[in-house]
Ligand binder design. Structure first.
Ligand SMILES: [Zn+2]
Ligand SMILES: [Zn+2]
Length: 339
């Protein structure tokens, strides 16, 4: 997901209230101070430029100097560590839906892994996602692909949405999370982007260090370090972006449905495989609080497998089970009728 300008640094002013409604994505209290109707779409130019630059530089991985076959498993490993444990588990299931809890240090580790995906501050990410659950595929959904696949996939990211920068929106949707000093620190002054840059430098340094140990010349060490950086940071970042975005786009258009939810969510096998479990999106919309997103035996959810393993050794607790979902309950997962 996206890099979007933070909300005002007065994020500290958000006080917890209506927490239960916010977590359940059923808060009907209107957001004040935000225009009822969205203004004409405005492109956030600097962000569009950053997206194009990062995609272009990542394509440099295909040049003979940077191309290596071990780059592919490196990307997949990075996708699991940063994408699955950081975004799926940390940002999505743990922060946004409170589907599982961890000891404080581990909780922060998952959040930091998510920050290393350059998908915005965890507060902003959770806020946008709770809006999505409350208004899935209705007009107020920030990224429904109903009108166009491209809008739901990545266009919405670089089009300004004043709701996402209003303190009132944060107060309404993430009052519980905005009370956490660590999350506020990451949110203020784009600290999350600084953390991302620091992790990129660290991975590059590790790459050059290993290069110095396993090669004979300085030129070879520099080349090895560059390859680690290009595949382990740039290509992995772009890969995790697109598989995350596919949940918003493809998994709201193509696939099958286990539940007759009021939105257009689908279980998409390809997206589920690419994201290690997030593609069972119709299951997720039917039971957003449940930690597991695979509801049939063959709906593999490796992110949840990691949770189960951590639960077995006593690290994960308060794992919310999949409850029996009636059609009425599933229909109730969104408050606003589709328009
Ligand atoms: Zn969705
Ligand atoms: Zn969700």
């Amino acid at each position: 997901m996206p890099v979007i300008p933070s909300a005002p640094s007065e994020i500290d002013k958000v006080r917890p209230h209506d927490v239960a409604d916010a977590i359940a994505c059923r808060n009907d209290r209107p957001v004040t101070g935000v225009p009822a109707d969205l203004p004409r779409p405005q492109v956030v130019v600097w962000f569009l430029v950053a997206l194009i630059v990062i995609h272009t530089v990542a394509l440099g991985a295909l040049l003979p100097y940077a191309f290596v076959w071990w780059g592919v498993p490196l990307v997949l490993l990075g996708n699991f560590i940063f994408g699955s444990l950081g975004i799926n588990l940390g940002f999505h299931r743990m922060l946004t839906h409170k589907a599982v809890a961890f000891p404080r240090m581990l909780e922060r580790l998952w959040v930091l892994c998510g920050v290393c995906c350059l998908e915005g501050s965890p507060l902003w990410w959770a806020c946008v996602h709770r809006i999505h659950h409350q208004h899935s595929d209705a007009r107020a959904d920030p990224h429904s692909p109903k009108e166009s696949f491209f809008w739901g996939h990545m266009q919405w990211i670089y089009i300004a949405d004043p709701r996402q920068h209003s303190l009132a929106t944060y107060a309404k949707y993430v009052p519980d999370l905005a009370n956490d000093p660590f999350l506020r620190w990451l949110h203020r002054r784009h600290t999350w982007a600084v953390v991302y840059a620091a992790h990129a430098v660290l991975i590059a340094a590790i790459g050059f260090g290993i290069g110095a140990l396993v090669t004979d010349t300085t030129a070879a060490a520099v080349r090895f370090g560059t390859q680690v950086f290009v595949w382990g940071v740039l290509v992995r970042t772009v890969y995790v972006w697109h598989v995350t975005w596919l949940v918003n786009s493809a998994a709201h258009r193509w696939g099958y449905r286990n539940y007759d939810t009021a939105d257009r969510s689908r279980n998409n096998v390809v997206v589920a495989l690419l994201t290690n479990g997030e593609g069972w999106h119709n299951n997720h919309h039917a039971t957003p609080r449940a930690c597991s997103q695979g509801h049939r035996w063959w709906e593999i959810d490796l992110t949840f497998t990691a949770v189960r393993l951590m639960q077995l050794i006593g690290l994960a607790r308060d794992v919310i089970p999949v409850q029996a979902v009636t059609r009425a309950a599933a229909m109730g997962t969104r408050n606003e009728p589709e328009r």
